[in-house]
Write a protein that binds this ligand. Structure first.
Ligand code: NAP
Ligand code: ZN
Ligand code: ZN
Length: 348
């Protein structure tokens, strides 16, 4: 048996998102059924819905920053019960048997993790559909615990923007004494600033939007540099230990590579469709490196949620009606979001 679920879907790369009904499976013994209360709007939703990355299967229901309330659980579920708050991030399954899965790095599963949307269910039952919907059914191993201490709409973006910035900062042990540049003040960028500051680093916001300076400082950034200002950019030559690049559009990485000090690392989390291009010399000199990082594993996502609850860290959000999702996408492209749109799912 399956349950009818209301959703918003893109039917092709160039049609706006619109209402569409899908079927969710009945909870199996290890499944948790969640009524979705809020879902954050990630730039990856837009890249996928509009076919900017290869491989979108339509209809596509985006959304992987999901918070809600448990409505039903399967017979074998011990960790959750009806009425509990719960969250789902970017993955709903993985092989659970490879080295990475065993190490809690399900995002790097050797067989490929199953994305919350535009993924293939491992049992062959079809495509996955995300959080722009009123209900989701997920294996308990991929459900996260959240608390009512913080506003739920501000917690939702932690499930992607939060963990995607937390994970690399932790992996490279960024903290006191480190100089960090965060490129792009959007959903990921503003969480990167908050988290890096909370870890004790000196944080500089590198933005192409002059009107974001006051916000960057309010979010905790120690400095703000407008990347179109040649003088300011030059003053940062060989300056940073780490740069976290969150930019969603094609841009020149070389501008930032030159800001890295000896052994400095440029961590790319932003995923524009075009390749990164740089002369080898920009890496050879000062022994710089470029790295990437994908979301975070389930144990680390729980660790991040607990850390944010303890330190009162949430996302700055603008709550929207789902009917305004297409307009929100246009505003996101223009960088006109302070700093994450979150859909109130009661409007679906
Ligand atoms: P977002 O909210 O739209 O923020 C992107 C920011 O990039 C903008 O606010 C803007 O900041 C900057 N930017 C935009 N266009 C630019 C341009 N033409 N030149 C220079 N800067 C520009 O997006 P998001 O949701 O944070 O996502 C950012 C990227 O990360 C997307 O590509 C997304 O797919 C990717 N992502 C990756 C992962 C992962 O696991 N690695 C996870 C989630 C998302 P300023 O106005 O301050 O310059
Ligand atoms: Zn995302
Ligand atoms: Zn695996």
């Amino acid at each position: 048996m399956r349950t009818e679920t209301k959703a918003y879907a893109a039917q092709s790369a160039d049609t706006p998102l619109a209402p569409w009904n899908l079927q969710r499976r009945e909870p199996k013994p290890h499944d948790v059924e969640i009524e979705i209360l809020f879902c954050g709007v990630c730039h990856s939703d837009l890249h996928t819905a509009r076919g900017e990355w290869a491989g979108t299967v339509y209809p596509c229901v985006p959304g992987h920053e999901i918070v809600g309330r448990v409505t039903r659980v399967g017979d074998n579920v011990k960790k959750y019960k009806a009425g509990d708050l719960a969250a789902v991030g970017c993955m709903v399954d993985s092989c659970r048997e490879c080295d990475n899965c065993k190490d809690g790095l399900e995002q790097y599963c050797k067989e490929g993790m199953v994305g919350t949307y535009n993924g293939k269910q491992r049992d062959g039952s079809g495509n996955t559909y995300g959080g722009y919907s009123n209900k989701i059914v997920v294996h308990e191993d991929f459900v996260l615990r959240i608390f009512d201490k913080l506003p739920l709409e501000g917690v939702a973006p932690l499930l992607c923007a939060g963990i995607t910035t937390y994970s690399p900062l932790k992996h490279w042990k960024v903290g006191k004494g480190d100089k960090v540049g965060v490129v792009g003040l959007g959903g990921l960028g503003h969480m990167g600033v908050k988290l890096a500051v909370s870890f004790g680093a000196e944080v500089t916001m590198l933005s192409h939007s002059a009107n974001k300076e006051a916000d960057a400082k309010r979010l905790g950034a120690h400095k703000f540099v407008l990347t179109s200002d040649e003088q300011q950019v030059k003053s940062l030559n060989n300056y940073f230990d780490f740069i976290l690049d969150t930019v969603s559009a094609t841009h020149d990485y070389n501008l930032y590579l030159n800001m890295l000090n000896t052994n400095g690392k440029m961590i790319c989390v932003g995923a524009p469709p075009d390749p990164i291009q740089t002369p080898a010399f920009n890496l050879i000199f000062q022994r710089r490196s470029i790295a990437g990082s994908l979301i975070g594993g389930i144990p680390e996502t729980q660790e991040m949620l607990d850390y944010c609850a303890e330190h009162n860290i949430v996302s700055d959000v603008e709550v929207i009606n789902i009917k305004d999702i297409n307009e929100a996408y246009e505003r996101m492209i223009k960088g006109d979001v302070r700093y994450r749109f979150v859909i109130d799912m009661a409007t679906l």
